[in-house]
Design a protein. Structure first.
Length: 270
């Protein structure tokens, strides 16, 4: 392994032989650093942080610090668990969970840009991009293939559905459903995330089914309960349609309202 002489590494930390610990880094007790992971410089890994393979943590990032929760007892042992192949840029701050059974978790292949913050008990899935200075409050749940632009603020307990896109400076106070684009303060649904779905290889017929599903929810004149009942009665075999139905049914905060979605064009043109 490569550990710079100015780094401070606790003897109980488990550092893979292929990992790199750069200058002025601090690695506390009960930390795990996996194969091929690189800490650039002045990175702090607090107790209870677990890093998987081939991550790179850039200058000044702080991983696994105490939750910003007034009820948290500092002697409670909790964790931040980070998967593989993540890039976490300069000055990012990610706090560990408040309870042993609710670690803060980050999946694989994510790109978290500078000065972003993920608070306690938060979850980020796979292939997520979070742009500069975005704030994700405690107990948020971010799905897969989500794009969160800069200066976005997500309310505590908020859920962000798969393949959604959040425009810059959006204020997120309700759950964001899958496959949509939202914007505003407070944010509203303004369309489908057609570009994101195309890039992810979602087939045109599936994109059209997603569009038709949202037309029932937002434009049929039915309330949400009635719209979901109608969609369930149609028993679509498309997993993405079932994902939308399940998301609405399990929302506790309520789902973001629409401003404009579905203009009669094929979803591939939106």
């Amino acid at each position: 392994m490569s550990i710079h002489p100015t780094a401070i590494v606790h003897p109980s930390a488990k550092i893979h032989e292929s990992a790199t610990i750069g200058p002025f880094c601090i690695v506390e007790a009960d930390v795990v650093v996996g194969e091929g992971t690189i800490l650039d410089s002045s990175v702090v890994l607090h107790s209870g942080t677990i890093l998987g393979k081939n991550n790179r943590i850039f200058h000044g990032a702080s991983m696994g610090g105490l939750p910003q929760d007034l009820s948290f007892k500092s002697e409670t042992k909790t964790q931040l668990i980070i998967g593989d192949n993540n890039l976490i840029r300069e000055g990012a701050i990610i706090h560990r969970g408040t309870k042993p059974e609710t670690p803060t978790t980050i999946g694989n292949n994510n790109y978290l840009m500078g000065n972003m913050h993920l608070a306690h008990d938060g979850k980020i899935g796979n292939h997520v991009i979070v742009v500069q200075n975005t704030i994700l409050a405690g107990v948020v749940d971010i799905g897969n293939y989500v794009f969160i632009s800069g200066l976005v603020a997500v309310h505590q307990f908020g859920r962000i559905g798969d393949y959604s896109m959040l425009a810059g400076c959006s204020k997120i106070v309700k759950d964001v459903p899958p496959y949509v684009t939202i914007d505003g303060n407070p944010a509203t649904v303004i369309g489908l995330n057609a570009v994101g779905m195309k890039r992810a290889g979602i087939a045109p017929e599936v994109r059209n089914a997603i569009k038709a599903t949202y037309k029932v929810i937002y434009h049929s004149g039915l309330n949400t309960k009635q719209a979901l009942a109608k969609l369930k009665s149609e028993n679509s075999p498309i997993p993405e349609v079932q994902n939308i139905i399940r998301f609405f049914e399990t929302s506790k905060r309520g789902v973001t309202d629409h401003r404009q979605i579905g203009s009669g064009k094929d979803s591939s043109d939106e």
